[in-house]
Design a protein. Structure first.
Length: 336
């Protein structure tokens, strides 16, 4: 199978080439994102492989159809950037990697919490500068704190387990409640009740119209002063302008982001020589109590191996006329 891999970075090349020793596909790597004006690069391919910030909306999918590409293989779990309705209408298969390492994202989530709490990002710079003063580095015990988990699927469940290990009280909100988590003492609450009670809130739900800008001025008003907000899910769950207001007023005492609504123009590239024109993002970076990582929650050795193997296997099933694995169906489409 000839596969055109978009948005590829050196590490994608490394892990896909290694995994491909077991498959023998023809892999063509491009740094460019998949979007309407890069579709042509995939002419003659049996599948395109795309990532979180590619534009796989109506125009792109129609263009793929026009050049005869029958499959879109997402090398990620989230698929909010794919218009499944159009893909279904045009008979283009969409596959993904539903779970490559929920531990990777869950552990990164907790890393953000602990770093912000104990101000590791500031301590690192101070000590290297010969400044051993502790003033301003006060943290708090995680033990006994109430944490709200929004979305208790694969990643949210693991975050819950880790936090319960710290002695946190975990409250949850999900459209589907987990009996396993309930048996471990997790209490599900209506969203607004949860917002009012938590010291820390962490997002592990998909981006949908219901979760778009779930953190906004109204929801922030319901929360305790000094709340910690962590988002490793999808950027648009947090309205960044509302978060800036919350940071300025002290409503938000800590903000940890691995994702950002406009990250498509920023993340996964070295922009250190350029002027970043996103003033909202730049303002966020000025706060000492904000920690941003560039969508690296998934980025572990184990996850990269699993992503490459599962993606190539998903495509091989199609080539070998076997039942498709990890296929996204119309009923999973996210309303737009
Ligand atoms: P999952 O599908 O196992 O769990 C998602 C949970 O969210 C489910 O329990 C679902 O019922 C719940 N949910 C759906 N709509 C909801 C709503 N409106 N309100 C509250 N809960 C809702 O997904 P998984 O594997 O745990 O991943 C969660 C999210 O993490 C993904 O959607 C993706 O956006 C993000 N992610 C981020 C990565 C990173 O590198 N930062 C890597 C992988 C995933």
């Amino acid at each position: 199978m000839k596969i055109t891999i978009y948005s590829s970075q050196p590490y994608d090349r490394k892990y896909f080439l290694e995994a491909n020793k077991n498959f023998g596909h023809q892999l063509i790597f491009h740094e460019a994102r998949l979007e309407p004006n890069t579709v042509e690069l995939a002419r003659g391919s049996d599948a395109v492989c795309a990532f979180v910030n590619d534009d796989i909306g109506e125009i792109t999918i129609e263009a793929l159809k026009a050049i005869g590409v029958p499959m879109i293989a997402m090398r990620c779990a989230g698929y909010n950037n794919v218009d499944l309705r159009i893909a279904d209408k045009l008979g283009i298969h969409v596959v993904r990697v539903p779970a490559y390492s929920p531990y990777a994202v869950a552990e990164h989530t907790v890393a953000l919490m602990l770093s912000l709490n104990r101000k590791i990002h500031r301590a690192y710079s101070r000590v290297r500068d010969g400044n051993f003063c502790l003033q301003g580095l006060t943290g708090f015990d995680m033990h006994g704190k109430t944490v709200g988990i929004i979305g208790t699927g694969r990643i949210g469940s693991i975050v819950t387990d880790i936090l319960q290990g710290f002695g946190c009280n975990v409250l949850a909100f999900d459209t589907i409640e987990s009996e396993v988590l309930k048996s471990k003492g997790v209490q599900y609450l209506p969203l607004n009740d949860l917002l009012a009670q938590v010291d820390i809130i962490s997002f592990h739900c998909p981006l949908t119209p219901e979760t778009f800008h779930l953190i906004n001025e109204e929801s922030l008003a319901l929360m305790k002063d000094g709340v910690m907000i962590i988002n490793t899910s999808r950027g648009a769950i947090v309205d960044a302008s509302a978060a800036i207001k919350g940071l300025k007023s002290g409503k938000i005492a800590h903000l940890g982001l691995d994702v950002y609504e406009q990250e498509g123009d920023l993340f996964f590239h070295d922009l250190s020589d350029t002027i970043i024109r996103d003033d909202v993002f730049e303002r966020l970076l000025t706060f000492p109590n904000v920690l941003v990582t560039g969508h690296q929650g998934f980025f572990t050795e184990e996850a990269l191996v699993n992503i490459a193997n599962t993606t190539l296997e998903n495509i091989a099933c199609y080539g070998d006329d076997k039942p498709l694995q990890n296929v996204l169906h119309l009923d999973q489409a996210i309303a737009r």
